[in-house]
Design a protein around this ligand. Structure first.
Ligand code: F6R
Length: 612
């Protein structure tokens, strides 16, 4: 969602803040702004609607010299994206200025109270109310830290917040509840950021703030406390990825880079976790809760968006391999429909960012009901990763493109490994079958690479369909969620309306949409439903729909039924969603770029949705 950056040290803060905001822009990008304590100890601020580069061109940087500052890139939650609603926000007296991620849920009550005290607002944001509240307490206490603490104790909702004070210009105060914030700490400076991408080019030494904590930063160092004023000591941690991993590396877009990384990222997910001689998979992070999982009557999976599609695929995998009943829920629905959760349930929570608000709430709901929770997460040290009872990292590496690609296939790989591990532990699958899956996994990176190497084929088809107004994606079994994911990829980056269905469902409604203008993508691996899929293709063909099939290289039947065939290497059933996702991602990418869309920053979307 929104991004926060801050700097305190000996260098000029301006460029560090601008560079940090550019790195964070993928989290939200309708407006941006910065604020600096200048060399005369005065607060200067600039903010406006638009991208960070537009803000940069509009700022007179000569006024922004100083070595303490904060910045923000916004994705609107309260109030439309415009100059006034952009962050930072001053209080009414222009004493305290803040940047804020999250939502102040009781802002109306606070606003009512503050207006009774004579405070007025310029913007429509909840953030400005928080700034006013801080200054209300500053007027009483004449102490910045106390003012921030008192305010945060009054607030309901979520925040990652960084604050400057004109009357105490030697410090930044930061705090966190429900919205990530971390400090990059080196000898002479501290960088504040809502995620590591804005820190890693300065230092790898980081400290994550936990919920209910605040830190007072000066040029001499920082002091970590709870918002109840208890001292805390925490070890500095080391980030385990390189800056080059989050840069574009010669690709036109992060999304293309990330699609093309999947041969490596898949290997990183399974590396060291499979014994290829025996076919036995071991995920160390799950060991502490293995007994609970093996005794569970069911597994619940909860997630959002693409991660939810991975969860749906996981249902097919876990039920078929480990024979454990699985239920999959949207995290947002799970949390609010008063779900029945038994203490012996195991809840799998899937999230790339590890910060998605709905997923985090679902996790907490599950924990509150006594269930055992297992995370399948990409972002190391993220909130979900820290709060689950046990879990596994998917090791996809940083995913910057807003549309999730490599995280999805790595989530599928993790779920495959979990299914193998449980299948073996439960005796639900014999070693010959496990070995067969392991052998196929070993060949997967090379197979993925062949598709990446011939991606130009997918580009040609994209040209053909770039002006379509609707798309249908159909698949069965393991490839039904892959169809949902293919449709989601297309709509989020190309703005073409697309829907995914189980192929057999088509005749129960969607078939009414078919005419000569409707492209239909069939995911058609040669599995036990292949003949049925061919029948579905014929039904579409009879109604003049245009067929794009995704099929194995050695499928010599499919071409006669299809207008276009995207060939994929042959593999076993359980791995077909991974293989088939690659051409689906390329198709979406090339259609979107052919339409001139900004695939890395699609409209209205944010990488990490940290509001409910
Ligand atoms: C789609 C996409 C989103 C995310 C969803 C959950 O390409 O990226 O649908 O999958 O917002 O995000 P995480 O996995 O970070 O919890």
């Amino acid at each position: 969602m929104c991004g926060i950056v801050g700097y305190i040290g000996k260098k000029n803060a301006y460029q560090i803040l601008i560079d940090g905001l550019k790195r964070l822009e993928y989290r939200g990008y309708d407006s941006a702004g910065i604020s600096i304590i200048n060399n005369n100890s005065k607060i200067v601020a600039f903010k406006q609607k638009g991208k960070v580069s537009e803000v940069e061109s509009a700022i007179d940087s000569s006024e922004f010299t100083g070595n303490i500052g904060i910045g923000h890139t916004r994705w609107a939650t309260h109030g439309e994206p415009n100059d006034v609603n952009a962050h930072p926000h001053f209080d009414m007296d222009e004493n305290i200025i803040i940047v804020h991620n999250g939502i102040i849920e009781n802002y109306k009550t606070l606003q009512k109270f503050l207006s009774g005290e004579g405070f007025t607002n310029r913007s429509e944001t909840d953030t400005e109310i928080l700034a006013n509240l801080m200054n209300y307490y500053y007027r009483q206490t004449k102490n910045f830290e106390q003012a921030v603490r008192n305010s945060l104790n009054d607030v309901e909702g979520t925040y990652g917040v960084a604050c400057l004070c004109a009357k105490e210009p030697d410090r930044i105060i930061v705090a966190r509840k429900g919205s990530p914030l971390m400090l990059g700490v080196s000898m002479e400076e501290i960088i504040i950021a809502s995620d590591a991408s804005a820190i890693i080019n300065h230092t790898k030494n980081v400290m994550y703030l936990e919920d209910g904590e605040m830190a007072v930063l000066t040029k001499q160092g920082f002091q970590l406390k709870t918002i109840k004023d208890e001292d805390i000591y925490r070890e500095i941690q080391e980030l385990d990825f390189e800056l080059s991993e989050i840069e574009k590396g010669g690709f036109e877009h992060f999304m293309l880079k990330e699609i093309c990384e999947q041969s490596d990222s898949i290997q990183n997910t399974y590396r060291g976790r499979i014994n290829f001689d025996t076919g036995v998979a071991r995920l160390g992070g799950l060991e502490p809760v293995m007994e609970k999982i093996l005794n569970a009557k069911r597994i619940l999976i909860t997630a959002c968006g693409t991660a939810w599609h991975a969860g749906l695929t996981g249902e097919y995998m876990l039920e078929s391999c480990a024979r454990i009943p699985v239920e999959v829920d949207y995290a947002s629905e799970f949390r609010y429909r008063n779900p029945i959760i038994y203490p012996d349930d195991v809840v799998f929570v899937i999230s790339q960012s590890g910060e998605t608000a709905d997923t985090l709430s679902a996790l907490r709901e599950a924990k509150n009901n006594g269930a055992t929770t297992v995370g399948i997460v990409n972002a190391v040290g993220s909130t979900i990763a820290r709060e689950v009872d046990a879990g596994t990292y998917i090791h996809a590496g940083p995913e910057i493109g807003v549309a999730s690609t490599k995280a999805f296939t790595c989530q599928l790989m993790s779920l495959t490994l979990i299914s193998m591990m449980l299948a073996e532990a439960k005796g639900a699958m014999d070693s010959e079958n496990l070995k067969r899956i392991a052998d196929e996994i070993k060949m997967l990176p090379e197979k993925i690479q062949t598709m990446i190497d011939r991606r130009e084929e997918y580009k040609f088809i994209a040209e053909e369909f770039k002006d379509a107004r609707n798309f249908l994606y159909l698949g069965r079994g393991y490839n039904f969620p892959a169809a949902l994911e293919g449709a989601l990829k297309l709509k989020e980056i190309s703005y073409i309306h697309a829907e995914g269905y189980p192929a057999a469902e088509m005749k129960h409604g969607p078939i009414a949409l078919i005419d000569e203008n409707m492209p239909v993508v069939f995911i058609a691996p040669k599995d036990k439903t292949y003949d049925k899929i061919i029948s579905n293709i014929e039904e579409v063909k009879a109604r003049k729909g245009r067929i794009i099939s995704i099929a194995f290289e050695d499928d010599d039947q499919i071409a006669q039924y299809s207008d276009f065939v995207l060939r994929v290497p042959k593999t076993i059933n359980i791995l077909t969603p991974i293989i088939n996702s690659i051409p689906l991602q390329f198709l979406a990418y090339y259609i979107a770029t052919a339409r001139g869309c900004n695939v890395d920053q699609p409209r209205n979307l944010a990488k990490s949705v940290t509001v409910e």
